[in-house]
Design a protein around this ligand. Structure first.
Ligand code: CO
Length: 134
């Protein structure tokens, strides 16, 4: 059911610093920073040959990653995103197997303009999992 690893998301306090490290030191292809007020984050994408890294910096007062950065002040891996062909059938299959879908359970339009869902980290070995319809 799951397909490619679409991205690994890393939460950071200073996205400009993260972008510069990956651009200058790691020699990566790094996007400009984009504010995503609907999601409470600013994002930078690092395009690698086989996947992407998504840097997330809190945006606004009630950012969904603020608590994570309180617990992980140096930053850290926040979630991993797998591609699926059909997000509704993937969701229904996972729910039927007992996995918990976060929020309303309905897909939202994610940072890439495609439908996404998040799965409860307790059901996936302590890792927040995002599904994105490819
Ligand atoms: Co993501």
């Amino acid at each position: 059911m799951i397909g490619r690893l679409n991205h690994v998301a890393i939460a950071v306090k200073d996205i400009a610093k993260a972008a510069e490290l990956y651009r200058a030191t790691m020699g990566a292809d790094v996007s400009a920073a984009v504010q995503q007020p609907d999601h409470g984050v600013t994002t930078v994408f690092v395009t690698l040959p086989n996947t992407k890294i998504e840097f997330l910096e809190p945006l606004g007062a009630d950012s969904p990653i603020a608590k994570f950065l309180e617990r992980n002040p140096d930053g850290g891996i926040h979630h991993i995103c797998y591609e699926v062909d059909d997000i509704i059938s993937a969701r229904d299959k996972l729910k039927s197997e007992g996995a918990r879908v976060l929020g309303s359970g309905e897909p939202r339009i994610g940072a890439h303009g495609k439908p996404v869902l998040f799965l409860h980290p307790k059901d996936f070995f302590g890792t927040l999992v995002e599904l994105e319809q490819a």
